[in-house]
Ligand binder design. Structure first.
Ligand code: AMP
Length: 399
């Protein structure tokens, strides 16, 4: 049993760092509550034990002082609903007198939501004194914000040292994220296939380099594939290409060969005469795309080629779409990959999908519950797979 699940929080004041950075419309209504829902199991466990929950989060990018549009008070009503009608108290300053007195008077089963941490610039600076003031609010610190685990901020990392080892821990969401990521990076069963897509090679250089040490196969799709195809001497027409990364792509293909890692590039592409869903559409070998045309999705052969690799895998990591999936005419490649990952998962593979756009794609195509784990942390997950130590994980784990 995990440290969090084994803990009985009865009568304890528990300060949870959640990621409630949800989008709000102009009427301050929440337009996507995924991040709030993700924290509910952790909060409920503490409340069910008879504990007191104090929640802290950031919201948006305030400039260092209070701003109405970034106030967490807009979340109070919906949070209470998500928790089945529990009373949610609010402190309009996360370290002010009101926060301390409310925290001191809380009864078991109550929730206190603190105002936006980033109304203090000390939060992002990782200020010790600010972290110490936050820590004074509670007996136990729980980090359940995987989305900000790659930041060394006061509430995500620095605060941990003000709690003894047995009183600082990950919440259920964070535990799930960390154990899934570890399963892929450190305990992967082979064959291990990494699927990397999206627009830019430059964003994915570090992750591909680290995966060269871990994966047996790396599938490269999306706009970034064309820089690799050009590096091999292919003609890519007007497809996306990062000229200043061609040498890197060339070198990486060589290094993969030396390491015995199989890199799979799309053999064919769906091409269009402009970046538009209503463009003229055709298919072409990916290495002989006519001038004036651009590859916007992987072709049918590439889908079959990639699906074969995916279906014989035991571990799968997927980050980034295979094409411009936001446009209906260029989403079939990404959908085919989602299907293959779901099928491999059904046959016993462990599959982790992470990174903003691939998560959006599996949700859009209805595959979220057909893969083993969908990560909530875009930047954090990328940095984890780049092999970096995440401050939010390190601080809680430190002895
Ligand atoms: P990233 O944020 O780097 O993961 O890139 C995701 C974006 O890449 C999505 O918005 C896709 O529309 C875009 N994308 C994927 N394939 C292509 C392509 N072949 N050409 C242009 N953009 C693409």
């Amino acid at each position: 049993m995990s440290k969090f699940s084994a803990c009985n929080f009865k009568d304890q004041k528990v300060l949870i760092r959640v990621d409630f950075n949800v989008p709000l419309n102009s009427k301050y209504e929440i337009t996507d509550d995924t991040r709030m829902k993700a924290a509910v199991p952790t909060i409920k466990k503490i409340l069910d034990d008879g504990g007191k929950v104090i929640l802290m989060s950031h919201l948006g990018r305030p400039k260092g002082g209070p701003e109405e549009k970034y106030s967490l008070k807009h979340l109070i009503t919906h949070l209470s609903e998500l928790l089945g009608g529990v009373t949610v108290l609010f402190a309009n300053d996360c370290i002010g007198e009101q926060a301390y007195t409310t925290a001191a008077m809380m009864r078991p089963g109550e929730v206190l939501l603190l105002e936006n941490l980033r109304f203090y610039k000390e939060e992002e600076k990782g200020d010790e004194e600010f972290a110490r003031k936050l820590a004074k609010l509670a007996d136990i610190y729980v980090n359940d914000a995987f989305g900000t685990a790659h930041r060394a901020h006061a509430s995500t990392a620095v605060i941990a040292k003000f709690f003894p080892v047995e009183k600082r821990m990950f919440g259920l969401l964070m535990e799930g994220e960390v154990s899934s990521a570890e399963k892929v990076l450190h305990q992967s069963q082979k064959p291990f296939t990494a699927i990397i897509g999206g627009a830019k090679v430059s964003d994915k250089i570090l992750i591909i380099e680290n995966l060269l040490k871990k994966a047996t196969d790396i599938i490269i799709g999306g706009g970034m594939a064309y820089t690799f195809i050009k590096a091999q001497g292919g003609k890519i027409g007007n497809s996306l290409c990062e000229e200043d990364r061609i040498e890197f792509a060339h070198d990486l293909l060589k290094r993969a060969e030396n390491a015995g890692v199989c890199i799979h590039l799309p053999s064919d592409s769906v091409i269009a005469d402009k970046f538009d869903n209503n463009a003229a559409i055709s298919t072409s070998a990916s290495n002989s795309i006519p001038d004036g045309w651009l590859g916007l999705d992987i072709g049918e052969n590439a889908r079959a080629q990639f699906a074969n690799v995916i279906k014989r895998s035991k571990t799968i990591l997927w980050n980034g779409p295979m094409g411009v999936f936001e446009m209906s005419n260029f989403q079939n490649g990404t959908r085919a990959i989602a299907e293959a990952v779901a099928e491999a998962t059904q046959q016993g593979a462990f599959s982790l999908v992470g990174g903003g756009d691939s998560v959006a794609a599996v949700n859009q195509f209805g595959f979220a519950d057909k893969v083993s784990y969908v990560s909530t942390g875009g930047g954090a997950m990328l940095e984890y797979f780049e092999g970096k130590t995440l401050p939010g994980i390190a601080a809680v784990s430190a002895f």
